[in-house]
Design a protein around this ligand. Structure first.
Ligand SMILES: [Zn+2]
Length: 135
């Protein structure tokens, strides 16, 4: 039995199975090891400018760039900023950290779901029947 409670009718401390606590500890340490994060995505794109007669409107077109584009949402609007190669060298790890953090939080959520699914109180419903599909 992975989870034990003091008594079904009294709020007791949930005692988690050793493997769940161990996995949580691993995830907490991995999250704690992340220093900085940046939201949004980084992409490398070429662009066409607004000046007519520019080489980017020629045949064949010679587009500008490529440039580093940092795109993110701010108040439900997409905000884009250009970053220099030097900035990307400094900040690229922060985007990767954000990706890693999201993955770790998803793992932590899955672990929480496992803990709740293993909680004997989760099996009870009005009428005393087990839920059709746990989880
Ligand atoms: Zn142009």
């Amino acid at each position: 039995m992975p989870t034990r409670v003091d008594a079904p009718c009294q709020p007791g401390e949930v005692v988690l199975a050793p493997e769940i606590r161990q996995e949580a500890r691993r995830l907490h340490q991995a999250i704690a090891a992340i220093d900085y994060v940046l939201p949004g995505t980084l992409s490398r794109r070429v662009v066409r400018c607004g000046r007519m007669g520019c080489r980017c409107h020629g045949d064949p077109p010679q587009l500008h760039g490529p440039y580093w584009w940092w795109t993110r949402k701010v108040d439900k609007k997409t905000v884009t900023r250009l970053l220099s190669d030097e900035q990307v060298a400094d900040y690229q790890q922060w985007f990767e950290n954000a990706h890693r953090l999201r993955a770790l939080v998803s793992e932590l959520e899955a672990l929480g779901l496992r803990a709740v699914a293993a909680d004997p109180r989760s099996l009870r419903r009005p009428g005393g029947r087990k839920p059709a599909s746990p989880g």
